[in-house]
Design a protein around this ligand. Structure first.
Ligand SMILES: [Zn+2]
Length: 168
């Protein structure tokens, strides 16, 4: 989007895109951390927001879980340094394997004929799920993270907040 007072570029005009790499990289690390949380905490996801300083993921769950235990299990995956990569599958593959979708309310985009599956671990041994976001290429790049708190948002909803340790 152009800034206020700036002209809209004309159709076909060549533009140079600048990515704020420091910010982008933090978001990639945080977003990958959310994937790791979904591996450790295997409940349907009802919402999520990725931020530079803090991210949150909501789960459809009634259980009470110890946040330090979740942090420890997430850090096991981070330090194991699993590869993170994209594999393309067809829409038909996705229909045949509905269980790979962890999000309860959001369906991955279909109709393009293929869906990007984000895999973690050799042969997706840790996880695989449809996602079009940006991720780091090895789990160790996420760095040291922790669950700040787990909030009870209703009887069957728990909100997990993730932060980088350097920002404690
Ligand atoms: Zn993702």
């Amino acid at each position: 989007m152009p800034l206020d007072g700036q002209p809209r570029p004309a159709v076909g005009e060549a533009l140079t895109l600048h990515v704020d790499w420091a910010r982008r990289y933090k978001l990639m690390r945080m977003h990958t951390a959310c994937h790791i949380l979904s591996v450790v905490c295997q409940f349907p996801i009802t919402g999520a927001a990725v931020g530079e300083d803090e991210s949150r993921v909501d789960f459809d769950m009634a259980e009470t879980i110890d946040k330090d235990e979740i942090t420890a299990r997430m850090m096991e995956i981070v330090t194991a340094n699993h590869p993170v990569y994209v594999q393309w599958i067809t829409d038909a593959d996705l229909v045949a394997n509905p269980g790979i979708v962890k999000s309860k309310n959001v369906r991955p985009p279909s109709g393009m004929g293929r869906v990007s599956l984000v895999c973690m671990g050799e042969n997706a041994s840790v996880d695989s799920q449809p996602c079009g976001g940006t991720h780091v290429s090895e789990t160790q790049e996420v760095g040291t993270i922790h669950i700040v708190k787990i909030e009870k948002k209703g009887k069957e909803n728990r909100r997990f907040r993730i932060r980088f340790d350097t920002q404690k």
